[in-house]
Write a protein that binds this ligand. Structure first.
Ligand SMILES: *Cc1c(COP(=O)(O)O)cnc(C)c1O
Length: 403
């Protein structure tokens, strides 16, 4: 059997369009494909591989737990899940944890909890969910409908109801929407997929105050921003605003699928026995790997390192841009960095990614106009410099192709 990109088109549902290369091995911030070509990884499996590939702490947690017990279901609890939950609650505002297997599932749980909370404490009319245009919350039907791109939720029949949207960073528009019938507000504390958009301090504080005024729960979707990505353990810790519910996934498992929803005891009590669940959620193997990732990331060295690496990334990207003028803005926080392409390259962010792969560097896009970098949080300085040298060659090619 020949395993190549053509086989993808034969045997896979065509909802993805993966690049031509097939990576087979990774170590730290480097990846090798089937032909043995080496790449520097600034994509990190879409902000997932927070410790790069095959980090020794994660490999040993996986092996150790793999020889003990893999799976039980929630008919039994397990030691890794309890340890991870204790660490998550010790490090955040939250008292309680619900484990899932992905970001979408963590958000699904958060939204269902918010609806139950409102029904138990208020009435059936209090069901409105407010979210933001260009926000992204996953691909289950509920979460994709809460997400702010109708194109992703259209065409699947009747949508879950009572969900409305307004623009991010538009406090006046938000104030016009919210009322005592609002049950929850779901937002990213820095929009990722939507183009690496930071919240203005006044906006995020205003949202919190209006949620308090109308007894609405504030849900922070930290699936992309969480576990060190912005240089804080969770982004809310750098915003001076505390949510009522927070969701975490992606970097939480460092590459092993896991998600979590965390909240206060007061709110959590509304997910009573039998109201929600998951066969795999909180599985010992996933929690053991996530515990090792969490322990490794949640240290001053790694979190401060993110801020230092951000500075180097920005410096090198700015130098490239001074030479080629392809970006109108370099934005983001920590190691969630976006380059907004200029008018000349409008809609062409993906060309930078494609040329990057040819030069041996992996990056991402966030929409059609933003090139996104989400490298490992422990990417060595030498790899940042070498990866950026390769990216510069990719930029030169894009400029040439569009001359
Ligand atoms: C990736 C992402 C999700 C979805 O996570 P999945 O694990 O793909 O379900 C949800 N919210 C945000 C902010 C994300 O970046």
């Amino acid at each position: 059997m020949t395993i190549n990109r053509e086989l993808f088109d034969q045997v896979m549902v065509p909802n993805y369009s993966p690049s031509a290369v097939i990576p087979v091995k990774g170590e730290g911030s480097r990846v090798w494909d089937q032909e043995g070509r080496e790449y520097i990884d600034f994509a990190g499996g879409i902000a997932v591989n927070c410790l790069g590939h095959c980090h020794p702490a994660l490999v040993s947690a996986l092996k150790e737990q793999g020889e003990k017990i893999w799976h039980l279901s929630n008919v039994m609890t397990n030691e890794p899940a309890l340890r991870l939950a204790k660490k998550l609650t010790d490090a955040t505002f939250a008292d309680k944890v619900y484990f899932a297997n992905s970001g979408a599932e963590a958000n699904e749980a958060a939204l269902k909890l918010a609806r139950r909370w409102a029904l138990d404490k208020f009435n059936a009319e209090k069901s409105q969910i407010i979210a933001f245009n260009k926000g992204f919350h996953g691909r289950t039907f509920f979460t994709v409908t809460v997400g702010g791109q109708a194109a992703y939720s259209d065409g699947f029949g009747p949508k879950p109801g009572d969900i409305v949207h307004c623009d991010y960073n538009d406090l006046a528009a938000f104030e016009a929407l919210i009322s005592d019938n609002t049950c929850a507000v779901m937002m990213e504390p820095l929009q990722g997929e939507g183009g690496i958009v930071s919240p203005e301090a006044e906006f995020v504080k205003g949202v919190r105050a209006l949620c308090d005024k109308h007894n609405a729960l504030l849900i922070f979707d930290e699936v992309q921003t969480g576990v060190g990505r912005t240089g804080e353990l969770y982004a809310y810790q750098g915003l001076d605003v505390t949510p009522d519910i927070l969701t975490t996934a992606k970097a939480l498992g460092g590459g092993f699928p896991i998600g979590g929803m965390i909240t206060t005891t007061e709110i959590a009590q509304h997910l009573k026995i039998g109201t929600h669940g998951s066969t795999y959620g909180g599985n010992p193997l996933a929690c053991a790997v996530a515990e090792a990732a969490f322990d490794t990331v949640n240290t001053p060295e790694v979190l401060n390192g993110v801020k230092e690496k951000e500075a180097l990334f920005r410096e090198l990207l700015t130098a490239i841009n001074d030479k080629y003028q392809v970006f109108s803005e370099i934005r983001g926080k920590g190691l969630l960095i976006g380059g907004v392409v200029t008018e000349k390259y409008a809609g062409k962010a993906k060309e930078f990614l494609t040329e990057g792969v040819k030069e041996g560097v992996m990056s991402l896009v966030a929409g059609a106009n933003v090139v996104r970098f989400t490298p490992s949080l422990v990417v060595p300085e030498a790899d940042i410099r070498e990866g950026m040298a390769r990216f510069e060659r990719a930029v030169a090619r894009v400029v040439e192709n569009n001359a």
